[in-house]
Design a protein around this ligand. Sequence first.
Ligand SMILES: Cc1cc2nc3c(=O)[nH]c(=O)nc-3n(C[C@H](O)[C@H](O)[C@H](O)COP(=O)(O)OP(=O)(O)OC[C@H]3O[C@@H](n4cnc5c(N)ncnc54)[C@H](O)[C@@H]3O)c2cc1C
Length: 375
Amino acid sequence: MIGGGIVGLSVALFAAREGLAVALIDPRPFGSASTARSGALIRTHYDSEVEARLALAGLTLFESFSELIGGESPFTPTGFAYVPTVEEVVDGRFRARVAMLAGCGIDTEILDAAGLSEIDLNLDISDVGVVAYEPRSGFADPALTTAGLAAAARRAGTQLRLGVAATGLIESGGRVIGADTTAGPVFAGAVCVCAGVRSRALCAGVGLDLPLTPTVIALLTVPRAVPGHLSVIDAAGGIYFRPDPPQQTIVGRRAFDDVVLDAPDDEPEPPDWSFMDAALPALQRRLPSAIGAPVIARRAGQLDMTPDGRPLLGPTALPGLWLSCGWSGTGFKTGPSAGQQLARWLVTGSAPDRDLEAFCIERVPEPARGPRSPH
Ligand SMILES: Cc1cc2nc3c(=O)[nH]c(=O)nc-3n(C[C@H](O)[C@H](O)[C@H](O)COP(=O)(O)OP(=O)(O)OC[C@H]3O[C@@H](n4cnc5c(N)ncnc54)[C@H](O)[C@@H]3O)c2cc1C
């Protein structure tokens, strides 16, 4: 396993539990890249069934983290609301999607303003009038999640090698048989690249051009004037926000097309913070108790965006080379459940949820494996 963020640690854990001999390398502390900077919303509102099922499996793992993975639970179930755009309400997409999600076994329902006020009096949805509510969803603490996964992977027998970077993949006889690393070559029956935005450079060495574009997104923190509120994706307002301990709210913008990077960057900064500051009026519109709240912290992280916003998951045309990258800003909630799926896939040759096989890199047409198109 190359990369020890939430994605690589999860694959390593579940692969070791499948009985595979696993080594994981990372030059940096585990979970210190995108995983550490994540908003870490855990929700199941997706527009595709396969991603919704993966998110539901992820939510279930987070809900029972201590029993299923071990350690202190990182999960806070705040409840979640998706605020649709007026267009998707009017054209029927919103209701159809919520019905699809309920059909996947997701606990979700449409609430009007009166229904929502029985759950959360803090949100103003007078412009749209409805939300999709998920009582089980919430957010997780990235540091606790990483610590729990790393400890569980170690207990399951994974060799965790911190301070070791892969410098290239080793190919022989048309298959990938290992990786060159800063600590010498490592040979393996399968190599799984989970290196986030740096996966592209690693795979380029064996002629595989991953369609990954490093993109910066950022979060602002404001003090919270109310005891709590739901975690929210506000499609109408173009933001997402959630409560953050001890007494804060963090908010991000859903659009980030302006801040595409030329190359991966460990400490990304949006070129212009005023892009983010536009999130504040939208937050105050939806959460009036935030009116007048100052920005007390900002953090940015980078995403490994694919052209369709879907991950690159599973085997590649090069035998021995597997991918779990390109999570495009949604890989926290699904990290553990995707790790479980990929581990089974490594052992049996097929994913337990066969629909996930549609996420193999072969789905991306050749010309699109270059610069990113709008997501
Ligand atoms: C601001 C922000 C908000 C987000 N909000 C959400 C959200 O609300 N919900 C959600 O589900 N997702 C969210 N995401 C996305 C989510 O955090 C990521 O999809 C997820 O953390 C990706 O995990 P990862 O393990 O693939 O990548 P990373 O955490 O980046 O880990 C990759 C690892 O690979 C290592 N690596 C790199 N190169 C090498 C090499 N050559 N050799 C060995 N190791 C290497 C790195 O050191 C790093 O530790 C957000 C992301 C950001 C930045």
